[in-house]
Design a protein. Structure first.
Length: 528
């Protein structure tokens, strides 16, 4: 064996060894994050396709093996800022209890480490697989809920339009479709998000392998969104049409799931047909030399690499030492320092009186499955009634500390996921019954589900602050963990139905009246 060949083998051995060191360190740092991703987020039906992404990524990188082996690694400090941003996002996610920040942190950390030791020329070879890996991560819950809500409304409108085309009588109110003989509710499973994201991810992969002009590949990707929405609306329309003949079973169980699968496969088939039609269109002009223009290359054309051996630079060095130190320090601080103190509630919430002024309450219990999911320290649910017998459901949950998977669940994400549509969501000011008539801001929501209309107030008492925005909630949880070593907080929520022959204003007045008498009692329970 030549001296040059021995150096290459030695360099390659160092590369694998130090890459293994990084893998071990990242596994320790992001173990709970990856476990949550696989066992919780990927289990959700909307993201069950994510299990296929890692094998696809490995195949995409394996296809680039000749390019990776032929381009010399060039160590550069350019990857260090990316790694630092990734670690900063780790702390944002760790202290605020936000998993999406942790997912992006993991992604940026891997990008930063690769850039540090491979150099930009080598990074460009696998830039598509690295970008495509983002498909593994679910959308933030708030964005997911808002997107799903909009898709439900769009699908409902188009579905009713298709029904009208065939002469069927149908009336839509929100996500409820009244067929006259029955009512169909477009729930989250019918929102289209379950089919839109996988079809979009698949269309990107198909476009990557297309050897066509750029505009055709962009057309394929862009068309997957309206295609998924329209075909899903057609599914809703067919359900409404067939409901008259087959009854409720056509909208539930096997038929419902099979129709979803069938519509997805139909959408993909239409996408392939679109590709075929685009390829029959007039080809792009080529230059006089007979060579293709750059526009006719695939997204990331397979590069032609030299087969001659190229010396590699071992990964060991100052960049490796700095990167390892940053990662190890992050592990030590996250494991060795407690950024959250347990702040016990002042008084048990069960001591909150059931008789408050003219309001009489009846305590309710929460099912064990919800207790396991919400992981709060203390809670209370009470149905209060005024002298006229009209009801206000009051719910309060307290967390001694918040962390990943154990943080406050905002009604803005939980209730839409249960089928409620928020037709109005605004901040409003109410006045408590204190002697100083202090006022504070709450979130007012007008919502409906299957014809039932309700008004809701909610707010987040957080270490002396009253918050109404989930983004505020995450930011101050992160900030107070750093500056106060506290992440305790609470959710206060009250809901009243809009009774028959009652206006929204009357229902809201009832909530205001109840809030003014309950709010002065809460500071005795929730720490400032």
């Amino acid at each position: 064996m030549t001296e040059h060949g021995g150096q290459m083998i030695k360099a390659k051995s160092w590369s694998w060894l130090l890459a293994g060191v990084y893998c071990v360190i990242l596994s320790v740092l992001y173990f709970s994050t990856v476990r949550w991703l696989i066992t919780t987020d990927w289990v959700r039906e909307d993201y069950s396709y994510s299990y296929f992404i890692p094998p696809i990524l490995l195949y995409l990188i394996w296809q680039k093996r000749s390019g990776l082996s032929s381009i010399p690694s060039t160590q550069t400090w350019m990857g260090l800022p990316v790694l630092i941003v990734g670690l900063l996002l780790f702390w944002v996610g760790e202290l605020s209890g936000e998993f999406f920040s942790l997912y992006i942190s993991l992604w940026l950390s891997v990008i930063g480490l690769c850039w540090l030791h491979m150099g930009w020329k080598k990074m460009k070879v696998i830039i598509f697989p690295l970008g495509y890996s983002l498909a593994m991560f679910p959308l933030p819950n708030l964005l997911m809920a808002n997107t799903s809500l909009r898709l439900k409304l769009i699908s409902s409108k188009i579905g009713v339009f298709f029904m009208h085309l065939v002469g069927m009588s149908a009336y839509r109110e929100g996500n409820i479709i009244d067929l006259g003989f029955a009512q169909l509710q477009v729930v989250d499973a019918c929102a289209g998000l379950r089919y839109l994201i996988p079809l979009l991810v698949l269309s990107i992969l198909v476009a990557y392998y297309m050897k066509d002009p750029l505009w055709k590949r962009i057309t394929i990707i862009a068309s997957s969104v309206p295609l998924s929405i329209v075909t899903n609306s057609l599914r809703i329309a067919l359900t409404g049409i067939l409901y008259k003949y087959f009854g409720e079973k056509i909208a539930t169980g096997f038929f419902h799931d099979f129709s979803g699968w069938f519509i997805f496969m139909t959408s993909f088939g239409i996408l392939l047909l679109e590709i075929k039609l685009l390829r029959k269109s007039k080809p792009s002009q080529v230059i006089s030399s007979g060579k293709d223009t750059s526009e006719s290359k695939p997204f990331f054309q397979k590069e032609q690499y030299s087969s001659s051996p190229i010396a590699r630079t071992p990964l060991i060095g100052s960049r490796f030492i700095v990167a390892v130190l940053l990662l190890v320090i992050t592990i030590v601080l996250s494991r060795g320092m407690e950024f959250r103190e347990h702040i016990p509630i002042r008084k048990s919430l069960h001591e909150l009186p059931l008789q408050i002024g003219p309001w009489s309450g009846e305590r309710k219990a929460m099912d064990q499955q919800f207790l396991d999911a919400l992981t709060f320290s203390d809670y209370m649910i009470v149905d209060y009634q005024d002298p006229s017998g009209k009801n206000v459901n009051f719910y309060i949950a307290y967390y001694e500390k918040q962390r990943k998977g154990e943080s406050i669940h905002s009604p803005s994400t939980c209730l839409p996921g249960s089928g409620w549509i928020f037709s109005e969501s605004v901040d409003c000011t109410i006045t408590s019954g204190n002697t100083d008539h202090s006022a504070f801001t709450v979130k007012k929501v007008l919502m409906e589900n299957n014809g039932n209309r309700q008004v809701m107030y909610y707010w987040f008492p957080q270490r002396g602050r009253i918050l109404t925005n989930p983004f505020q909630l995450k930011f101050y949880t992160f900030w107070d963990a750093l500056t106060k070593k506290r992440t305790d907080g609470a959710l206060v929520r009250m809901i009243t139905p809009i009774y028959e022959k009652e206006s929204v204003r009357e229902a809201e007045d009832r909530l205001r009246s109840f809030a003014s008498v309950i709010a002065p009692l809460l500071p005795a329970f929730i720490p400032n």
